[in-house]
Design a protein around this ligand. Structure first.
Ligand code: AMP
Length: 285
């Protein structure tokens, strides 16, 4: 049965208040819609661990860097509801814009440090937009657990920090990246690639895996990065905004995975900005 679509905060609060009174746990899966199997894996994880699950769909204008990107973002509410139907979620919260940003809204949640690099450096204001909307969604849903994808690794770190710093009583749970058979991380943005672009985008993951394997064998990132960038260029990736090896917890730049580490990349292919990251095995001392 399809879940009710709630567009008003009062309706969401009425539902969650009843669940709380009954002592039921609530999981939330925040999304911007255009749902794919990556999103649905988060829904499945939430369903497995929580009594009640709310999926939120809100294309958040504050986290887009350009009006064109915001306008181009796919909006597929009916198809999204159909994809969610088999999961038996309890509510789909699709807030009207004024339920998130009412007239006179003047507050920004900003997380420092973690947001200075990579996505934060390349997309000014993006993470303030994310932190602000996610703080609101955490408080509006009153969820006990929130499910985020490792696909957006830095975002997952940021929302974890934000909830801790603001004493929002919610546990952020990270879920593995779901990939196409080629290895390409699923993303709503992949829809904008041509068949040829999709095939070339599939080169990204093997290049990252190869770098991770060589790092695990003792090579330095400084030595490996130029050839990896060249391989991406040959596959048709244009501007590589960052291609970094970083500590998994602090996001400090590393040259060798002497601690738990991630390899993270953002690059453009055929006018589409793709991001991905993978874990890098830690070197033994
Ligand atoms: P979005 O709708 O793109 O804002 O993403 C909503 C949530 O789904 C975020 O927590 C993303 O990290 C997560 N997500 C997006 N793509 C994937 C994927 N391929 N695998 C796992 N999670 C994903």
């Amino acid at each position: 049965m399809s879940a009710p679509i709630l567009r008003k905060l009062t309706d969401l609060r009425a539902a969650t208040a009843g669940w709380k009174r009954a002592g039921e746990s609530i999981g939330v899966v925040p999304t911007m819609g255009a749902l794919h199997d990556g999103h649905l894996s988060l829904v499945a994880a939430a369903k497995a661990a929580c009594d009640r699950v709310v999926v939120t769909i809100f294309v958040n204008p504050k986290q887009f860097n350009s009006p064109e990107d915001l306008a181009k973002y796919p909006r597929t509410e009916e198809a999204d509801a159909a994809k969610l139907a088999p999961y038996g979620v309890d509510a789909i919260y699709v807030p009207d814009p004024d339920q998130i940003y009412p007239e006179g809204f003047a507050t920004t949640v900003s997380v420092s440090g973690l947001t200075d690099v990579m996505e934060g450096a390349c997309r000014p204001g993006h993470f303030d937009g994310v932190a602000t909307v996610v703080a609101k969604l955490f408080l509006q849903t009153a969820a006990d657990r929130a499910y985020f994808g490792e696909k957006d690794y830095q975002q997952m770190m940021l929302v974890t920090r934000m909830a801790q710093d603001l004493d929002i009583p919610i546990t952020v749970i990270g879920c593995p990246t779901v990939r196409e058979p080629s290895g390409l991380a699923m993303s709503s943005r992949n829809m904008r690639l041509s068949a040829d672009g999709l095939e070339r985008a599939g080169r990204l993951y093997p290049v990252m895996q190869q770098v991770a394997e060589r790092l695990a064998a003792g090579a330095s990132f400084g030595d490996l990065a130029p050839a990896a960038r060249e391989a991406l260029g040959a596959a048709g990736f244009g501007d590589i905004e960052y291609f970094d090896l970083r500590a998994a917890d602090s996001l400090r730049a590393l040259d060798r995975p002497t601690e738990s580490a991630r390899l993270l990349v953002a690059a453009w292919l055929d006018g589409v900005r793709l991001i991905d990251n993978i874990a890098v095995p830690q070197l033994n001392d």
